[in-house]
Design a protein around this ligand. Structure first.
Ligand SMILES: *[C@@H]1O[C@H](CO)[C@@H](O)[C@H](O)[C@H]1NC(C)=O
Ligand SMILES: *[C@@H]1O[C@H](CO)[C@@H](O)[C@H](O)[C@H]1NC(C)=O
Length: 129
């Protein structure tokens, strides 16, 4: 319950900062990788991929941003966080983007959040040293 509440609140906050017109469609691309069972090694390059097949013809925010989260809480001012995203400013219709895994402590409850119009959060996966 808590993690979804936290995520929803931040997604809402993010949507306000984008100052978008209300008439366009909201596109929430489902992230297909990483997912449950994925293991990323610190310092390696990895691909975040998402499904663009349901993209509406007009989208409100075509600029994507990839942010790291852990246990439902978004990173903020750390590497990979909202202030220093793993990737940003790319076209949300690309369907994939390469990121460098930041030097974070090993854990099995990391998540990736893809922001475009709105955000999609992945299941928890592993980052190891
Ligand atoms: C990421 O995608 C690129 C381009 O499709 C591919 O060449 C590369 O092998 C992929 N990397 C990983 C870690 O899957
Ligand atoms: C992140 O922000 C918090 C609160 O402003 C601060 O206490 C903390 O030192 C910051 N961490 C980094 C890595 O900048």
């Amino acid at each position: 319950m808590f993690k979804y509440a936290t995520f929803a609140a931040i997604a809402l906050l993010a949507s306000f900062t984008n100052a978008r017109p209300a008439t366009l469609d909201v596109f929430v691309p489902p992230v297909t990788s990483p997912t449950t069972g994925t293991v990323w090694k610190v310092g390696t390059q990895q691909n975040v991929t998402w499904d663009t097949s349901n993209a509406p013809s007009q989208i409100t925010n075509s600029q994507g941003r990839v942010v790291l989260a852990q246990g439902g809480a978004l990173f903020t001012n750390q590497t990979g966080g909202l202030d220093d995203p793993l990737a940003s400013g790319f076209d949300i219709l690309l369907g994939s983007i390469t990121v460098t895994v930041p030097d974070v402590p090993a854990a099995d409850n990391y998540q990736i959040v893809l922001f475009g119009d709105s955000g999609d959060i992945t299941p928890e996966f592993t980052i190891e040293e």
